[in-house]
Design a protein around this ligand. Structure first.
Ligand code: NAD
Length: 470
């Protein structure tokens, strides 16, 4: 495992004057360093991307597609190394880590199948009007720590396919896999097309304020998303924001509790509940509430939580210390309020581990219900009436995703239509595809990623009026 990865600027490897410490969340110990880009290095990355833009824009889309496929194959060829690095910096157990690396490669290949449409809005005797979708220029990509590789690829794929160049910044908590991918792809894209720089808290705001970027594609918390939007407003940069969520799942009384409990559990606790579209509020019909609570508690007590590098652990630690402290504080506050906590299996003493925790029917206005925990604590909430539960599910500033669990698919679909979110799953969870836009409603996002609509966010329309010979 590399102890240090380099940044990629203008096709070359660059170290920083200073370094970030990278900790393994399963131990809390520093195991690697990452370069900390200074303002001059950001400048060099933007300049390199600016120089590379005309050549990449004018490269045929078929050659750009080929480059994406080659990038995917390169990632696949290094899947073992990247998986090991991923487990060490992110904490997720090996199987899930590998799924993210291979899933990212699959996503790149699928993105390479997309085409930029040319819309013809008039084709008359006198003229033809064509609307082309042309690249914007240099794109700034900013990514969080929960799915560091996949979410970076969601930006790299469509931005480069559309003909833009990019400067990408991973989270300071998980910089290594992204830096390593930058190193691996140096021979795949022309110099300057994909630059990867890492840094601490100061780097993101410097990037969003930089006039060299035509667009910011940001994934992270709603609070930071608002700062990004404010900063982008100064020179009207285009933005796509994929932000937080407090997703509700609704379980109707006709479900087979034993058959669905484990899927519902995984939908809440996958990646130790650090998933933007995880179930974060679970509304269970009162007829089956007790049975479902018992089943979920048994799962929490039975599924092993531990160091992701050791076989057999289903869930890993919380990814970083600030998040660990936040989630612990939320749980302690619930305990102090006298709420009933149902704890899962004991967890290791060192590292950022928290037992998977259920909260038994807390008041709707408790912080554990109203806030996005983004960690392993799930409120179970009782309901009797469909109109009431839909109103409660919608009573949030977020609108990312949600789920309905039911035997009666028609009834579930009717509920799905009444939930104010960008995605709703019926009897499934956490699904997304390269061809389906993910678009948060309300304060969960602005714009969309994936599919042709996501690709078009990296372009601007350009209408050409072409006269016909008289
Ligand atoms: P965060 O907002 O703290 O950080 C995200 C990224 O922004 C990091 O790279 C960080 O360094 C950078 N950053 C921090 N301050 C910045 C600033 N002022 N300007 C520019 N960049 C800045 O989020 P996080 O804690 O890393 O991630 C967790 C959040 O991300 C959760 O709310 C989760 O729901 C959300 N998320 C959303 C999606 C989605 O697709 N909607 C996916 C994953 C995670």
């Amino acid at each position: 495992m590399p102890e240090q990865c380099t940044m990629t600027i203008d096709g070359g490897g660059v170290l920083g004057q200073t370094f970030l410490e990278v900790r393994n969340p399963a131990t809390g110990a520093v195991f690697a360093q990452a370069p900390e880009a200074d303002p001059a290095q950001l400048e060099a990355a933007v300049e390199a991307a600016t120089r590379a833009f005309p050549g990449w824009r004018d490269t045929s889309i078929n050659l750009r597609k080929k480059a994406l496929v080659k990038a995917a194959e390169t990632i696949e060829a290094h899947a073992d190394e990247l998986t090991q690095l991923f487990v060490a910096e992110q904490g997720r157990p090996i199987l899930g880590a590998r799924m993210e690396i291979l899933g990212a490669a699959m996503w790149l290949k699928a993105t390479a199948m997309l085409d930029l449409p040319v819309d013809v809005t008039e084709d008359s005797a006198t003229r033809r009007i064509e609307v082309h979708h042309v690249p914007l220029g240099v794109v700034c990509g900013i990514v969080p720590w929960n799915f560091p590789v996949l979410l970076a690829i969601w930006k790299i794929g469509p931005a480069l396919l559309a003909g833009n160049t990019m400067v990408l910044k991973p989270s300071p908590f998980t910089p290594l896999c992204t830096l390593r991918i930058g190193e691996l792809l140096r021979d795949v894209f022309p110099a300057g097309v994909l630059n990867v720089i890492s840094g601490g808290d100061a780097l993101g705001p410097l990037m969003t304020a930089h006039p060299g970027f035509a667009k910011i594609s940001f994934t992270g918390s709603t609070a930071t998303g608002k700062r990004v939007m404010e900063s982008a407003a100064k020179d009207l940069k285009r933005i796509t924001l994929e932000l937080g969520g407090n997703d509700a799942a609704i379980v109707l009384p006709d479900v087979d509790v034993d058959a669905v409990a484990e899927q519902i559990f995984e939908g809440a606790f996958h990646n130790t509940a650090q998933v933007c579209v995880a179930t974060k509020r679970l509304y269970i019909h009162s007829d089956i509430y007790d049975a479902m609570r018992e089943r979920l508690h048994a799962l929490a007590q039975g599924l092993p939580v531990g160091d992701g590098s050791q076989q057999g652990n289903r869930y890993g630690p919380v990814q970083n210390e600030p998040q660990y402290r936040r989630v612990r504080a939320l749980i302690e506050e619930a305990r102090a309020e006298g709420l009933t906590l149902l704890e899962g299996a004991p967890v290791p003493d060192k590292g950022y581990f928290i037992p998977l925790t259920l909260v038994d029917n807390p008041p709707e206005d408790s912080r554990v219900v109203t806030e996005e925990a983004f960690g392993p604590v799930l409120p179970l909430l009782k309901f009797d009436d469909i109109d009431d539960v839909i109103a409660r599910a919608n009573a949030t500033e977020y609108g990312l995703a949600g789920a309905v669990w039911a035997a009666d698919i028609e009834a579930a679909t009717a509920i799905a239509h009444r939930l104010d979110t960008g995605t709703i799953w019926i009897n499934q969870n956490l699904q997304s595809t390269p061809f389906t836009p993910l678009a948060g409603a309300k304060q969960s996002g602005f714009g969309q990623e994936n599919g042709v609509p996501g690709l078009l966010e990296f372009t601007r329309p350009k209408a050409i009026f072409i006269p016909k010979a008289a």
